[in-house]
Design a protein. Structure first.
Length: 202
């Protein structure tokens, strides 16, 4: 398997208009973006469309950024994500959305304003899962049409993997960055300076 790229913290002089905090205390990442391409091909996806965090059912889930609750799904059987929340985030670089899936209990309502770190839900095992965890995905509307969702998959040695549904790799926006990356962006992004000194390549 190809060695993973490792992240480094940005310099103090660098500012990033949009950042994600971890949606859980003491995070344990169990599945990265783009992993298990054979499994996700049945859903017409080139791989996992977010990041999974392993945790016991009932763990507090926190908003990853300031935003507004755009959608709440309380039916555990209606969607592959089970019970989920979608937040909208308006930034200087446009709108982003985060989704928190497989929840057991939702603590917010549609239209509610939240701050990064606010408790919004409890983790669960609802929807299509193989064990209790939180699924976090990140989208930027229009990203696919702008050619911003092409990636190199460093784990499966695939180049120029394209997501057609505006999915971005949340790992590039998490602060501090995860210790290892499974992907790197291939296409230039309007917020490319986020990454300019953010990653140290081996």
């Amino acid at each position: 398997m190809k060695k993973l790229r490792h992240s480094v913290m940005p310099g103090k002089e660098q500012t990033m208009p949009f950042q994600l905090r971890y949606p859980v205390e003491n995070p344990l990442i169990t599945q990265y973006f783009l992993q298990r391409p054979n499994f996700y091909s049945r859903f017409n996806l080139p791989g996992h469309e977010g990041i999974d965090f392993g945790m016991p059912v009932g763990t507090p889930i926190l908003a990853a950024a300031d935003g507004i609750v755009e959608a709440v799904e309380n039916d555990p059987n209606k969607h592959a994500y089970g019970k989920y929340i979608r937040l909208g985030h308006l930034t200087p670089d446009g709108k982003f959305t985060t989704l928190y899936g497989h929840l057991s209990e939702i603590l917010v309502i549609k239209g509610q304003a939240v701050k990064a770190g606010d408790r919004i839900a409890l983790s669960g095992n609802t929807g299509n899962t193989d064990g209790p965890h939180l699924h976090l995905s990140l989208k930027k509307p229009g990203a696919a049409a702008a050619g911003l969702t092409r990636y190199d998959d460093l784990i499966n040695d695939r180049q120029n993997v394209v997501f057609n549904d505006d999915f971005l790799d949340p790992a590039y926006f998490l602060v501090p960055p995860p210790p290892a990356q499974s992907t790197r962006p291939r296409a230039p992004m309007p917020f490319e300076y986020y990454f300019r000194n953010l990653f140290q390549h081996d």
